[in-house]
Ligand binder design. Structure first.
Ligand code: ASP
Length: 361
C-alpha cells in the first residue's frame, strides 16, 4: 500500500466507524432492572460539621424506614439550607455584590436520569426542593432568576428574606473595605458590628471571600440513587452569576448503574472540567470512588497548570458507588477538611479521604 493509499484507507475507516472500535466503544448498558437490587442503604454529605451530622441523621431516618433516596437527600439538604449559621448554603448564605442572596441548587434521580435545577433563586430558603419540583412538575431541568421564583411561589413555596443580621453585617463590612473614599458603612456604625470594631478599627479588618456548598448523595434499599447539591455560591459574586452547583455533570451527577458524585469549591474551575460527570465515568470504567475523585483532581490540576495559568486548586469531590463504597478528595487551596459524613446500618461516621495538591507556603 502506498503512503497515499494508507492515508485514504485510514480516513475511510474512521468515517465507517472502524475508528470507534479501535478507541473502544461505549460499553453496552445492562438491560437488567436497576431498581429492586435490595442493597444496604447509605447516605453521605460533604459537610462534616454538626449541621451536616444532623442532616445525615434525618436523611437516614427516611432511608432506614424504607424511604426513597430522593426523599432522603432532600431532607438532608433542607436541614443545611435552613441553618442561619451556614454562610455558604440557603438561608444565611452570603449575598452577592449587591447584597442580595442568590441561590443555586440541583437534584438528580439516578434511576431515570431526570434532574431539576435552579440558578440565582432569591427569597426561598430551600432551593433544592424547588429544583425537585421543577424535575417532577415540568418538562424542564433548570429555571433561573425571576422565572424560578415565580415557579416556586406558584408551587406554594414561601417568599422570605434570606439575609440574616450576621450575613448582612459581613456584606456591609466587605463593601466598606472596597474603597477608603466612599460613604459605605459609616465607621461609627461599623464599630458596633460583630468583629468590626477592635483596636485597629473596622476598616482594616479584611472580609474574605467565602464559598461553600453541600452535597448529599444516597442509595436506598431498592438500589436507587439520588443526589442534591445546593449553595449560595461565591460571596460577593457579580449579580446573576451561576456556579457549578445547578449544572448537571458539574456540581452533581447521578447514575443508578454506577453511583453519584458531588463537587464543592470554585465553581468556574469545576464547570470547565465537567468534574462530576468525569468522576462517575471513571467509576463506570472500574475505578473506585476514592480513585475516581483523585483522578478528577489530577485531571484538573494537570490541565490548568499545563496551560501555565495561576490556578489555585481548591475543589473537593465526594463520590458514592451503587454498592455503597465512598470516596473523597480535596485540593488544599483553601477550606477543607478532606472528609465526608456517612450513615449506614452500622451508624454514622466520618470518612477521611485524601488531600492532594496542598496550598504552597
Ligand atoms: N461551587 C460553589 C460555587 O462556585 C462554591 C463552593 O462550593 O465553594 O458556586
Amino acid at each position: 500500500m502506498s503512503k497515499l493509499d494508507r492515508r485514504d484507507f485510514i480516513r475511510h475507516s474512521i468515517a465507517a466507524g472502524a475508528g470507534a472500535a479501535a478507541l473502544g466503544r461505549f460499553p453496552e448498558v445492562s438491560a437488567a432492572p436497576v431498581s429492586g437490587r435490595k442493597v444496604n442503604p447509605i447516605v453521605i454529605t460533604s459537610h462534616t460539621n454538626q449541621t451536616g451530622q444532623e442532616a445525615i441523621r434525618q436523611a437516614w431516618d427516611i432511608l432506614s424506614s424504607g424511604g426513597t433516596a430522593m426523599d432522603a437527600v432532600e431532607k438532608g439538604a433542607n436541614i443545611v439550607e435552613v441553618d442561619p449559621n451556614d454562610h455558604s448554603v440557603g438561608y444565611g448564605g452570603l449575598p452577592n455584590a449587591a447584597g442580595v442572596v442568590q441561590l443555586d441548587a440541583s437534584c438528580m434521580d439516578g434511576k431515570t436520569y431526570n434532574a431539576g435545577a435552579v440558578g440565582c433563586l432569591e427569597n426561598i430558603k430551600t432551593p433544592s426542593s424547588v429544583a425537585r419540583a421543577i424535575m417532577e412538575h415540568t418538562q424542564h431541568i433548570m429555571l433561573v432568576g425571576k422565572g424560578a421564583l415565580e415557579f416556586a411561589v406558584s408551587m406554594g413555596f414561601k417568599e422570605e428574606n434570606l439575609l440574616t443580621p450576621q450575613s448582612r453585617e459581613m456584606w456591609i463590612r466587605w463593601r466598606e473595605q472596597l474603597s477608603p473614599d466612599d460613604d459605605y458603612g459609616p465607621k461609627s456604625y461599623l464599630k458596633t458590628l460583630k468583629g468590626g470594631g477592635g483596636s485597629k478599627g473596622s476598616e482594616t479588618l479584611p472580609v474574605e471571600y467565602h464559598h461553600g456548598t453541600v452535597n448529599v448523595l444516597a442509595v436506598d434499599s431498592q438500589g436507587d440513587i439520588a443526589g442534591i447539591t445546593t449553595t449560595s455560591g461565591v460571596s460577593w459574586k457579580v449579580p446573576g452569576r451561576v456556579g457549578d452547583s445547578p449544572i448537571i455533570g458539574d456540581g452533581l451527577y447521578v447514575d443508578n448503574l454506577v453511583g453519584a458524585a458531588g463537587a464543592t469549591g470554585w465553581g468556574e474551575d469545576v464547570m470547565k472540567s465537567c468534574a462530576t460527570y468525569f468522576i462517575v465515568g471513571r467509576m463506570r470504567d472500574g475505578r473506585s470512588p476514592q480513585q475516581a475523585c483523585e483522578d478528577a483532581c489530577d485531571m484538573i490540576v494537570q490541565r490548568y497548570r499545563g496551560i501555565g495559568s495561576d490556578y489555585v486548586p481548591g475543589e473537593k469531590f465526594v463520590a458514592l458507588s451503587k454498592d455503597g463504597e465512598v470516596g473523597c478528595a480535596y485540593m488544599g487551596g483553601g477550606g477543607g477538611p478532606p472528609a465526608l459524613t456517612l450513615h449506614t446500618p452500622e451508624g454514622q461516621k466520618l470518612y477521611h479521604g485524601r488531600s492532594l495538591y496542598p496550598a504552597k507556603g
